[in-house]
Design a protein. Sequence first.
Length: 329
Amino acid sequence: MDDPKNKLAKRLALAAEVVRLEAEALLRLEEHLGESFSQAVDMVLACNGQVVVTGMGKAGLVGQKISATLASTGTPSFSLHPAEALHGDLGRLREQDLILALSNSGETPELSALVSAATRHGTPSIVMTGQPDSSLGRQAKVILNIGRVEEAGPLKLAPTVSTSAMLALGDALAMVVLSERGFEREDFARFHPAGRLGRQLMTVGEVMRKGKELPLVAGTRTVAEVLIQTSKTPGKPGAALVVSDTGCLEGIFTDGDLRRLLEGGQFHLLEGPVADHMGRDPKTLHPDQLVEDAHRLLSEYHIDQAPVVDKNGTPVGLVDVQDLLELEG
């Protein structure tokens, strides 16, 4: 039986070798970036259909991820299993589509047959491979070369280093295309409406209280009248926005302002104008800002509410920290 310390050392040494081989392969990828990569970018940008990503086995699984990344960043795409394609799913392809085929060896029979059939139908192909002179590489319009790689592990057979290289090169292709499309955060948000990422990419205009939920008051109203109005406002906001005769924001009166009045025992001030006790020049947001901007503002200034104003300084909404916390839940 191996000594526990020796067993641990062997395991960690093998794991470190795998990580090192994959890291070195990724670094060498830069050497293979050149005119062919730029041509691939042009082909994706010019594609009027969908980028159809295909590969067998582990390369096919990597292809699914690349396809998903393309689709989520503005490039219509779907993944196609080459064996299924040869048994009818080839009908999904159109001339305006573009094939992105992944094969380290470049000699995968099903993939070669698929690319050959697609070419006959007028669908061009990009091939990502470690063997540019392979049968698959010779059929490609453009080759994305991952270089000759040595797989990791005791047998040096399981796709490890090659698939990591494919994934990185696919990400590079997607990100360059994203950049050249001018794909912005707002575009990204449209494709990611759910989960934590989707919540972060929501705009303030989507989450703010507005309409009947927005308590707007004149500065001449008494504090007591403002309290009555906010208590009747749907959602019972923790603040009222004080506006001028022209509708512009003048200040904000919060639950915290009320608490300070009551703690001081100055109950008679409840009958005074709210303008005398409101916070002037409050921190504000705009409807097109992201929810993460609202989080940052409230946290930085230790406040629970922030008015949302348009370009003219007119209040159009109110962001409450409780609403943001509900989004996180």
